[in-house]
Design a protein around this ligand. Structure first.
Ligand code: MN
Length: 203
């Protein structure tokens, strides 16, 4: 079966006022769909069309060179956005809980120190890309990637990510990327992030 855009796990307007409905509609229905369509076109008729997208992103170096750039960009776009929709939720808790909260404190000093570093990674990503909280060799780190690259390709497991492509904020925030990242902190699905953290530790 060809790759498909997953259904948004909440309504398009559910993240208002932090992420506006129109941005969500265009981002999910148009941008994510375009990544999926171009990924499908690239892998059609190859063994890669039946693989799991996470496996593909972990093994990009094994993808044939003639389709690798398309798979890296559009497959990365598909995987990143699939994660992103789930990493957000309406009425989400404002801070991590339990074990994850303790590990964030251990790695960064405090939640607000973590927030500052994560935000700086997003603001400082030149051009398009993502800022991430990743699990790497059992510890938490901040990372940033250009375009649609995912830390998995470098062997780091993303447990939280924010899309800093202009398409993710420009309608509401225009040039104010820092304000968008502040707003993003109101919609982080910490339950999901905690779940991804647990899974990352189990690997
Ligand atoms: Mn995007």
């Amino acid at each position: 079966m060809a790759f498909e855009v997953p259904k948004l796990p909440y309504e398009y307007n559910a993240l208002e006022p932090y992420i506006d409905e129109q941005t969500m509609k265009i981002h999910h229905d148009k941008h994510h769909q375009a990544y999926v369509d171009k990924l499908n076109a690239a892998v059609q008729g190859t063994e890669w069309e039946k693989k799991n997208i996470r496996e593909i992103i972990m093994n990009l170096n094994k993808v044939p060179e003639n389709i690798r750039p398309a798979v890296r960009n559009h497959g990365g776009g598909h995987y990143n956005h699939s994660l992103f929709w789930e990493m957000m939720a309406p009425n989400a808790g404002k801070e991590p809980k339990g074990e994850l909260a303790g590990e964030i404190k251990k790695a960064f000093g405090s939640f607000s120190d973590f927030k500052e570093k994560f935000k700086a990674a997003g603001v400082g990503q030149f051009g398009s890309g993502w800022a991430w909280l990743v699990a790497s060799s059992g510890k938490l780190e901040i990372a940033a990637t250009p375009n649609q690259d995912n830390p998995l390709t470098q062997g780091k497991i993303p447990i939280l990510g924010v899309d800093v492509w202009e398409h993710s904020y420009y309608l509401k925030y225009q040039n104010k990327r820092p304000d968008y990242i502040d707003a993003f902190f109101n919609v982080i699905n910490w339950d999901k992030v905690g779940e991804l953290h647990k899974k990352a530790k189990g690997q």
